[in-house]
Design a protein around this ligand. Sequence first.
Ligand SMILES: NC(=O)c1ccc[n+]([C@@H]2O[C@H](COP(=O)([O-])OP(=O)(O)OC[C@H]3O[C@@H](n4cnc5c(N)ncnc54)[C@H](OP(=O)(O)O)[C@@H]3O)[C@@H](O)[C@H]2O)c1
Length: 241
Amino acid sequence: MKKVLITGATSGIGRELAIQFASKNYIVGLLGRRTDRLEELAKEIGEQAFYRTLDVTDFESASVIYPSIVKEMGGMDIIVLNAGVGRSSTLPDWEFDKKTIDVNVAGFVHGMHFAFGFFKEQGYGQIVGMSSVASHLASGNAAVYTASKHFISNFMTGFRQKANKLALDITVTDIRPGFVWSEMTEKNKNMFWVANTKSAVEQMISAIEKRKKRAYITKRWQLIALIAELTPQFVWDRLKL
Ligand SMILES: NC(=O)c1ccc[n+]([C@@H]2O[C@H](COP(=O)([O-])OP(=O)(O)OC[C@H]3O[C@@H](n4cnc5c(N)ncnc54)[C@H](OP(=O)(O)O)[C@@H]3O)[C@@H](O)[C@H]2O)c1
């Protein structure tokens, strides 16, 4: 049985990833801060599921919890670094920006270091990072979120290069969803092309199993990414996103 560890498994995309991986006979490791939700999900999945309460910004605890849940799972083939926060706000909000950097950037980088070290030692593995189409955008309403996703996509490319340079059999898969229904997006009234969580996650798992380097979910969001890349800076400066 293949083994997958998922951060941010208590709701939305992470929860659905756990359910669908389990239904494909994977052993699943569930991480998140809300213990009651982890308990409930582990119960729903059954004996294939293991869980630990984890705040990815508590690096000291995370350094202990990552290896300990992997040991309990009997190993790890794939890690999905999915935990993230996001919110829209036109006025600057330092507390929220700091939290976003702590979770989406520092928490992600810490998880990546654990995973890369583990897979380097093991000789193989796959690291999946939950970025976003937002990694291609800049937004006055979500400046720190778009910047955090740009950071992690760029960071994943760097780690892909590290694996190549060191001739390691480590795949780095950058998942870039557009809008997907979840607790994060439920209050957002300005969405389009919104995917339901189940079908978005089916497409994510298909990309992960094909060991893709990057995947847009759903595929048509690649068009938005392309338009964004072709948009000149002076236009970005004037947009009101
Ligand atoms: N929904 C979309 O349209 C969309 C689009 C592009 C990318 N994404 C990305 O997809 C990922 C999942 O988001 P979602 O839409 O499924 O939202 P969600 O339902 O709000 O899920 C976010 C998950 O992250 C976890 N999390 C947040 N802070 C954490 C922390 N400090 N430590 C550990 N876990 C933490 C939450 O668990 P706890 O609160 O229990 O800790 C929760 O399980 C995020 O990285 C998001 O940026 C989402």
